[in-house]
Ligand binder design. Structure first.
Ligand code: ZN
Ligand code: ZN
Length: 412
């Protein structure tokens, strides 16, 4: 490691994830999912969580190489079997109100040579089995956080021109630290301010009560309907215990739920998407009455096709998010091949489930009430990027008037 003050910065980063991210307080159970090659960071996060009064920190280790071995050697039946013990464990964690941190460092194409059917079927089985956990997090009943760490294979993909693996890993760490504003004098205070700024942007949009957003850019002409009581949200969320947490680090977006039945037109992707260990590029979606009627991609089309066929809601939208092109991540000019970063460089949409908190009173609504309000239901949620410095967005009012929201990739 040749980055200056790396060990100090890694400790600061762990504290940021624990304090700003999931906001650990006295008595929390914390579940940390992280790759084996990130053990030093895992220890620092665990230590910081105990310092803040965590009752228990449970670490779940992951490893790309082991995943590949399992996919190659297990038959489809074994891959799609979810053992009862894992369901029992999930229910215990829901019961305990456990906070969840997921630190990702996998290569974006970690599963490139694996049979796409095996990946799709095993993903489908596990997302169906762990759906209760997804519902708990998507309605913010517990604190949850997705963050990243620099892994060798991922770093090689982002910085192919650097000579050594060590330089690549360092460059990616530097980019991650930069994206989460870790080089600020007091990153935790900086984030508190940032959460407020993003929320006031969201409040401005909520005051407008738009019925739809109209996206226009090269290859894109798409109208995304918004449910009547939709709410735009910024970085900060509040869990069932009333604690404020930040679910993504980094985050630059202001987002809401689209009306799952009112999306019409064409939209093209502007950045590659890493999904299920495969890179999908050059996507074009056609929508009618909320549903994808046709989809193509220059690369990874088969995986994309399987994604939208996963269940009924996978071919409809669950999120619409606004990110100015001036965002620090966009200005870095890097393609991270990682949604956590790339979605914060660009306006984006998500296929699949909507967040219940994106509608007034949503976290208290039943599934039927959410569906009736237009919030999409699915076992999946996959963001894809559509923004650029060419994009214009109009907000459409109930009387049909158009209000400029974005011009050339910036807030109007
Ligand atoms: Zn988003
Ligand atoms: Zn999303």
């Amino acid at each position: 490691m040749v980055l200056p003050n790396f060990n100090d910065n890694l400790k600061k980063y762990a504290e940021l994830l624990v304090v700003t991210g999931i906001n650990v307080t006295e008595g929390h159970t914390v579940v940390l999912s992280i790759d084996v090659d990130q053990a030093p960071l895992a220890r620092l996060i665990t230590e910081a969580a105990y310092e803040r009064g965590a009752k228990e920190v449970i670490v779940k280790w992951a490893d790309d190489e082991l995943s590949r071995l399992h996919y190659r050697n297990q038959d489809l039946e074994t891959l799609t079997e979810v053992p009862e013990s894992k369901i029992v464990e999930m229910n215990e964690m829901i019961e305990a109100g456990a906070s969840r941190i997921s630190v990702r460092s996998s290569a974006p194409d970690a599963l490139a040579n694996i049979d796409p059917t095996k990946i799709a079927e095993s993903r489908k089985a596990s997302s169906a089995a762990f759906r209760p956990m997804m519902e708990v997090t998507q309605s913010n009943k517990v604190s949850w956080l997705v963050a990243a760490a620099s892994g060798a294979d991922w770093a090689a993909k982002v910085f192919p021109d650097l000579d050594s693996s060590e330089e690549q890993i360092d460059a990616l760490w530097h980019a991650i630290f930069n994206s989460v504003h870790l080089y600020e004098e007091d990153p935790i205070a900086h984030w508190a301010e940032k959460v407020n700024t993003l929320q006031s942007k969201a409040d401005e949009l909520n005051k407008e009560s738009f019925t739809a957003l109209h996206f226009k850019g090269p290859g894109t002409d798409l109208v995304v309907g918004l449910p009547e009581l939709h709410r735009f949200e910024g970085a900060g969320s509040t869990n069932a215990r009333g604690e404020v947490f930040v679910a993504n680090l980094p985050t630059e977006e202001v987002f809401s739920a689209p009306d799952a039945n009112r999306v019409d037109g064409v939209v093209v992707s502007t950045k590659p998407l890493s999904y299920s260990g495969t890179i999908i590029e050059g996507m074009e979606f056609h929508f009618e009455n909320g549903k994808v009627t046709k989809v193509t991609a220059d690369q990874g089309e088969e995986v994309l096709q399987k994604l939208i066929e996963q269940d009924e809601g996978a071919s409809r939208l669950g999120e619409v998010a606004l990110v100015p092109d001036a965002s620090p991540i966009s200005q870095s000019g890097l393609t991270f091949y990682n949604t956590l970063f790339d979605e914060n460089a660009s306006n984006h949409l998500a296929l699949g489930s909507a967040y219940a908190f994106n509608i007034v009173g949503g976290t208290e609504m039943s599934r039927e009430e959410l569906n009736a309000a237009g919030l999409n239901e699915s076992n999946t949620h996959v963001d894809f990027m559509i923004g650029s410095d060419q994009m214009d967005i109009d907000g459409i009012k109930a009387d049909g008037t158009a209000v400029p929201v974005f011009r050339k990739g910036a807030w109007a």
